[in-house]
Design a protein around this ligand. Sequence first.
Ligand code: PMP
Ligand code: GLN
Length: 383
Amino acid sequence: LNRRLAGFGTTIFAEMSALATATGSVNLGQGFPDTDGPEEVREAAVRALRDGRGNQYPPGPGVPELRTAIAEHQRRRYALGYDPDTEVLVTAGATEAIAAALLALVEPGDEVIALEPYYDSYAACIAMAGGTRVPVTLRPSDGRFRLDLDELRAAVTDRTRLLLLNTPHNPTGTVLTREELSAVAALAVERDLLVITDEVYEHLVFEGEHLPLAGFPGMRERTVTVSSAGKTFSFTGWKVGWVTSSPDLVNAVRTAKQFLTYVSSGPFQYAVAAALRLPDEYFTGFTADLRAKRDLLASGLAEAGFEVFRPAGTYFVTTDIRPLGATDGVAFCRELPARCGVVAIPNEVFYDAKEAGTSFVRFAFCKRTEVLHDAISRLKRLR
Ligand code: PMP
Ligand code: GLN
């Protein structure tokens, strides 16, 4: 393993899902739903396979039908106009979009600011691009993990090239507010920064609303917006993601993407085009269902003795384990299967400043209600 990747080892998600299988535990670790997305979307995938659409290499930028559906979604949902031919790129999940954008835009030695705790692929991809990661830590106050705008401002130097943002935020569940995003946008304009914004949880917002950063003044031309079908439609295995941005930035990302996967997920691209055109009721029903699950798990965890940071969005509840008499989240998560048959994720692995995240543990609620009830009754044995 080269020096850029030294220390990255196996992702925490693979490690913890393997532990759940080996111990027969309820897996509230890795964020994936335990029921599949809409039947009609699955049918659209079957039809595409059967009719021979996408069974050979699809076009490099993605099938036109999907690029058009992505542009329509951005317009319908956010009143943001993108040209499907020059301003939309289909990728192998958001993961490839983030990797390709970093590889395309970062010069070796450039500083990349990322909110900490960060989704684990960010650190590895910044390293692969030869960049230097500069974390800005979200800290809890009044029950919410907050972005300190002064800290963000202070993190920008003459070497800063890019800001890597994520809202709704994994693992904290924070949804950045209009005021926070305005300040981020003003800073990006003032210091002439590019921004990659990871918005894969855009439809999983339970309080307030998701605001795309690209909609703020001066941002459309400097923002690479990343999203994916995995969370919104409960098909995390299909790996259909996308980028919307200016023609120049999309071109740059496409240049890197060509030599990573080239293309992917042919038939599923057609199915996701159908999914993006589902009526508004699908999206509101999906959010309402997850909101109820958020409420169930958040109150269950509180009853089990955790301090709970009630998330405004995403699949995840972050907790503090100190009220249970524990301090080390990594040790706690390793012991949890034996103690009560539940798997969770220690947030510490998403921090550079480990001490800021040691006592936080993340639980996923994108699971069937009976599974959540089972997990809660197991967790109550910890008391
Ligand atoms: N970004 C964040 C914040 C995520 O939580 C995930 C998810 N699993 C991804 C990106 C990757 O998305 P995809 O599965 O579409 O590659
Ligand atoms: N995004 C998911 C999570 O945070 C996991 C995705 C993965 O395993 N790479 O749990």
